[in-house]
Design a protein around this ligand. Sequence first.
Ligand code: BES
Ligand code: MN
Ligand code: MN
Length: 477
Amino acid sequence: MAPNLEPFFKQVDDLSESFIDRLRKAVAIPSVSASEEHRKDVFRMGQFLASELEALGAEVHQRPLGKQPGKEHLDLPPVVIARYGNDPNKRTILVYGHYDVQPALKEDGWATDPFQLTIDDKGRMFGRGSTDDKGPVLGWLNVIEAHKKAGVEFPVNLLCCFEGMEEYGSEGLDDFIESEAKNFFKDADAVCISDNYWLGTEKPCLTYGLRGCSYYSITVSGPGQDLHSGVFGGSAHEPMTDLITIMSKLVDEQGNIKIPGLMDLVAPLTEEEEKLYPSISYSMKDLHDSLGSETSIHPTKERTLMARWRYPSLSLHGIEGAFSAPGAKTVIPAKVIGKFSIRTVPNMELDAVNKLVFDYIHSEFAKLKTKNKLEVKLLHEGKWWVASPKHWNFSAARKAVKQVFGVEPDMTREGGSIPVTLTFEKATGKNVLLLPMGSSTDAAHSINEKLDRRNYIEGIKLLGAYLHYVAEEPQTE
Ligand code: BES
Ligand code: MN
Ligand code: MN
């Protein structure tokens, strides 16, 4: 029996302008977790969420996480936790999201002010955090509001866990979740995270896997200060030359990781798994559309999806201290810090990965016979996660997709990482589902990030419908 969702859906439509307003207010707070100057804005964003939740009648707490490791003058932003409803006869769903965002500057090439929600005639709502992850987080608040205003009984008890450091590796959150699993989160029957994207633009998906992310820095230093290349070029070992040589040995142009032994840690592809890929609705065109170019490595969608979901990748991100301004400065930087990360997959043990990475870089550096100094650091790590999509949590979400969008969702894994997903699963012992709102063309982390109006509004219906189906789904595990 399908729950009667009509009054709720209608209320969502009626409130859509005010829901967009709520997103506008949230986007206007530049809660960039990676930058010190914006830390106060991250706090402001946590406060905004807490006030909104309180106004909706939830019990809300802002829980401190202490100082930021390595930057002790900075306080970590609070985890905003909330409870809405406390009926022992209802299931309890724990939802997670993040209220911090990636950095964004108009000069990076944004067509509009990144912190001012701008809606075009196609209903595309541009703004940093619109899809990652403010739209989805506000989605849960909007679901509460629509129920209240429609006078529809809320189908479950809702627990919220919204953090402000996700884009920085979820500093401090693992310990928090582990300790609250037996306290604030103890009633949770399942977990739902809305912080990923559809594979394309038409068909929703349910996601049961993520890659992990291990992030490293390589510091090479030597000279006491930056040098004039006319005076010292050719007579001193240059840190940047050493660093570039090392970085060029990590990955090749076809995306192959060059660290010996690393691929041996990857779970082999079984015939059964291989059969899952052809039926996924995804095309090379979808890839090229979201890529903004045709610079794909693999010829088929199957190989592309495997490269994204089930094989590791290594990306080079940047070099701190390198001369990067316009113009032609003849400087030799005295100290440079290269940054790269590895997306990890089953069955890679993170300690084993780290050992291979450290040993390889040190041995390659030794071969350079440079007198410069090397330091390799692990900046943060989060483990990969793969869940069972056979749980009632997933079947409820599948019904909700069917109800709101009229199609069966694709079952997907993802290449991105949400470091605490596995922590939630282990600490609560409950099933975790990823239920995305945005689409593949949303450009999370890029310039002109957006969320389509349709994805936001129908996404709110989806989250609400999911809670209704959760309430009546029979026990499976
Ligand atoms: N929402 C993403 C995670 C994601 C990305 C899921 C792509 C599915 C597809 C999240 O906000 C994110 O960006 N995570 C970081 C984590 C990192 C800092 C450890 C990521 O994946 O780079
Ligand atoms: Mn996110
Ligand atoms: Mn992100």
